[in-house]
Design a protein around this ligand. Structure first.
Ligand code: ADP
Ligand code: MG
Length: 277
């Protein structure tokens, strides 16, 4: 049984505080959904947990089975068993999916973790089939010229081949049609049951959660968890929206300089960069 424990996490970008004290505790096999208005800090939470450069942790802790995640480099966090399916998967020209996953698996072995049986290519192809991804794309450069939906399916394939302990899924549903959404959500739900995968799923919509069934649903607004409940909370939000958390809809965070624009991020230097920003 593994535990991802986040306590009092506070983080800023530049002079602006985005996360104002996040508490979450996720065990193996559990699914926790984080929902909330645009700009609430959901992606910031995912980036801070994975170690994206440019975010300053002001306080609090994040541990995976007691290991201090915040003290580790992003790749060490991955070795420790954390996986992030990015809201905007990065295109990596010249590096194929197969090569990427082979390197990731070697690093996993290096960290003393078990690697599943069978050739990597076969496992990739099998997982691609399960989520309806054309396996020819596995030979191509990572995410290059893929549609939004194909990128999200490919994130799911990487997740299920690498078998991390915990996965953060940042809007895995965006860009997916209804059938793809169902396939991807079912695949992740299966991983929670078969492999004990723990999931932090960030989404705006409860439809993802009909297949990927959350144990807990949290509302993130203004950089804080302002409500938590069972799966019924997602259904309530679908009907009532985030009106009850209205001030947050104007943009999360508080503190000095909130009117300031984003600092420039070099997309080549920053593997987590949002190309639409
Ligand atoms: P969500 O994913 O909930 O929509 P984000 O975490 O992406 O929200 O963003 C939360 C707030 O932080 C937004 O107001 C956003 O503009 C701001 N923000 C996020 N990343 C940066 C950054 N790199 N520089 C400046 N502001 C940022
Ligand atoms: Mg986001």
């Amino acid at each position: 049984m593994s535990q991802l424990v986040i306590r009092g996490l506070r983080a800023a970008v530049g002079s602006r505080v985005i996360l104002n004290g996040i508490d979450l505790e996720i065990g193996s096999g559990e699914v926790h959904a984080v929902m909330g208005p645009n700009g609430a800090g959901k992606s910031t939470l995912s980036h801070v947990l994975m170690g994206r450069p440019g975010y300053e942790v002001l306080g609090g802790t994040a541990t995976l089975d007691g290991a201090d995640l915040l003290a580790l480099a992003p790749w060490e966090r991955a070795q420790a068993g954390l996986f992030l399916a990015m809201q905007y998967p990065t295109e990596v020209p010249g590096v194929s999916v197969v090569d990427t996953l082979r390197a990731a698996e070697l690093a996993t072995v290096g960290a003393g973790q078990a690697v599943p049986d069978g050739a990597l290519e076969d496992r990739l192809a099998a997982e691609a089939t399960r989520v309806g991804l054309d396996s020819a794309l596995l030979e191509r450069a990572l995410n290059v010229d893929l549609s939004g939906g194909e990128k999200k399916r490919l994130e799911t394939v990487q997740l299920t081949v690498l078998k991390p302990r915990f996965a953060i899924l940042d809007e895995l549903d965006s860009g997916l049609d209804v059938d793809a959404l169902r396939a991807v959500a079912r695949r992740v739900e299966d991983a929670t049951n078969a492999d004990g995968l723990g999931v932090l799923v960030i989404t705006h919509y409860s439809r993802l959660l009909t297949e990927l069934r959350p144990d807990r649903v949290h509302v993130l607004a203004q950089g804080r968890i302002v409500a938590s409940g069972g799966p019924e909370l997602a259904d309530e939000l679908e009907v009532s929206g985030y009106a009850g958390y209205a001030e947050a809809a104007d943009g999360g965070g508080e503190g000095a300089g909130s009117g300031a624009g984003r600092p420039a991020v070099d997309p080549l230097a920053d593997p987590f960069a949002d190309p639409l920003a």
